[in-house]
Design a binder for this molecule. Structure first.
Ligand SMILES: NC(=O)c1ccc[n+]([C@@H]2O[C@H](COP(=O)([O-])OP(=O)(O)OC[C@H]3O[C@@H](n4cnc5c(N)ncnc54)[C@H](O)[C@@H]3O)[C@@H](O)[C@H]2O)c1
Ligand SMILES: O=c1ccn([C@@H]2O[C@H](COP(=O)(O)OP(=O)(O)O[C@H]3O[C@H](CO)[C@@H](O)[C@H](O)[C@H]3O)[C@@H](O)[C@H]2O)c(=O)[nH]1
Length: 431
């Protein structure tokens, strides 16, 4: 079987690498000629540790190819993975226009049986829509199957997650599709779930929304910890030792960002409203997440007596470490508010670039953390890049105008920082 991957973003590029790595012949297709050109040279258009080396290896061996020629690519492959984006519409529901476009492209160019597998995160019921979009676009009737195969990789850990998944979820009514997917994934030993298409689609949203709920719960708990003079990190440690709770995703901070949690929680809320079975708990998850950056900013504002003309060092822009992805990054919200209050923002992130926007013209983008700290009246740490932990914080104090440290990821040890002479505040972490 030859595999075609439609969409070569985070998920598409990683999926292409995985199938090449386990021995299949793979082609990546994208409408973005610039991305395809880079990929053809074995280079990635985003930062993801370890992925470029593997892509490059398979491009050189000829097992991995890239193209923008839809018609030839679709006609020449029997198994097609959909990995296009499904961003949020303004009302919070998922925009399926890229999925529809790809489904119609396949319908139009198909010349025999095709198995279409959806890796993109799509709302419950989308598989039925994909079938009807494909059918309506067909020039001649031809049999096909559609299967859902949601992806669970994390950015920054994409290679590890995709090569060693916790589970493979397949949603399809077709035995032929199930058998083909079992063959494709034969070298994986993780648990398999084969279920109804709608169940597979919901497993993805339910998983992301549950993880987001854990985070917002810890963030709200951290606010209570501040009042009670209790350290939320110790609370999380004590909770996490219970295997029914688990120790992951209990880290309080500035809240979740990225291309997945915000949009997937919103879509699940919209689905629940549409079906009059409101998931009220998720409304609160979103509310806590939206206000979390302001919670830390309030602490900084009251310490400094306002931000106007104050120099603020922002450390970290990416929505989490090991990625250059800034989609829904809490740091952006932080910067926007600081600029609104006329602060002078000095920014450093090891890999993520500041987007080009007229309002960001006044931000000083620095090439090192030390440079960002120079003459700053406060530091706000937004992303827990490991290199920030390794900085000589005792020595760095001399660079600052005022040693005020607001730790949005509870990365530092409060006692140690105070020992160095910093005014230090985290989120439920000050005690
Ligand atoms: N990013 C993640 O960590 C992650 C993890 C799991 C699931 N997902 C889901 O996977 C999907 C893709 O996410 P992503 O982050 O890789 O998106 P992305 O925006 O990085 O990449 C999508 C790619 O699809 C291409 N594209 C759009 N329409 C096309 C078409 N008709 N034909 C060919 N190419 C087309 C775009 O040019 C782009 O390169 C989303 O539904 C997302 O929710 C993402
Ligand atoms: O204890 C925690 C854990 C995470 N986060 C934040 O949550 C966000 C998401 O982190 P993470 O889940 O590691 O990154 P993603 O790459 O967005 O991955 C999520 O979204 C993907 C896309 O759907 C899924 O495939 C993954 O399984 C799911 O973890 C980031 O802003 C983190 O800073 C916290 O604030 N506290």
């Amino acid at each position: 079987m030859k595999i075609l991957i439609i969409g070569t973003g985070y998920v598409g590029a990683t999926t292409a690498m995985v199938f090449a790595e386990i021995g299949w012949q793979v082609t990546g297709l994208d409408i973005d000629a610039g991305k395809i050109e880079r990929l053809r040279q074995g280079r990635l258009h985003f930062y993801e540790p370890g992925l470029e080396e593997l892509i490059s290896k398979h491009v050189q061996s000829g097992r991995l190819r890239f193209t923008t020629d839809k018609e030839t690519a679709i006609a020449g492959h029997d198994v097609i993975f959909l990995c296009v984006g499904t961003p949020s519409r303004p009302d919070g529901s998922a925009d399926l226009s890229y999925i529809q476009q790809a489904a119609e492209d396949i319908g139009r160019s198909m010349n025999g049986y095709k198995l279409v597998v959806t890796k993109s995160t799509v709302p419950v019921g989308t598989q039925e829509q994909i079938k009807s979009w494909m059918k309506a676009a067909q020039r001649q009737p031809s049999h096909f199957d559609v299967a859902s195969n949601p992806e669970f990789l994390r950015e920054g850990k994409a290679v590890e997650d995709a090569l060693r998944p916790d589970r493979i979820v397949i949603g399809t009514d077709s035995t032929r599709a199930t058998e083909q997917l079992q063959t494709l994934y034969r070298s994986f030993t993780c648990p398999w779930i084969v279920t109804k298409p709608r169940t597979a689609e919901l497993i993805k949203y339910a998983s992301n929304s549950f993880l987001a709920t854990k985070i917002s719960y810890m963030n709200e708990l951290a606010r209570l910890c501040d009042k009670l003079e209790v350290n939320v990190k110790e609370v999380a440690e004590g909770m996490g030792l219970d295997p029914r709770i688990g120790s992951s995703f209990l880290q309080a901070g500035l809240g979740y960002g990225g291309s997945c949690f915000p949009k997937d929680v919103s879509e699940l809320i919209m689905t629940s409203r549409k079906h009059e079975a409101n998931l009220h708990i998720l409304d609160q998850v979103v509310e806590v997440n939206h206000t979390q950056f302001a919670y830390l900013l309030d602490k900084a504002r009251s310490r400094l007596g306002g931000f106007a003309h104050k120099s603020i060092a922002i450390l970290g822009l990416a929505f989490k470490p090991d990625t250059d992805d800034i989609r829904e990054a809490p740091a952006l919200r932080m910067i926007d508010q600081l600029l609104l209050e006329q602060a002078n923002v000095r920014l450093f992130d090891p890999v993520a670039p500041l987007p080009v926007r007229p309002s960001y013209g006044v931000v000083t983008v620095c090439s090192s953390a030390e440079e960002a700290l120079r003459s700053a009246e406060a530091i706000i740490l937004c992303t827990e890049w490991p290199e920030f932990g390794q900085l000589d914080w005792e020595g760095a104090k001399a660079l600052l105008a005022e040693p005020n440290f607001f730790d949005g990821r509870n990365m530092m040890d409060a006692g140690r920082m105070r020992g160095f002479g910093y005014y230090y505040q985290g989120i439920g972490n000050d005690h």
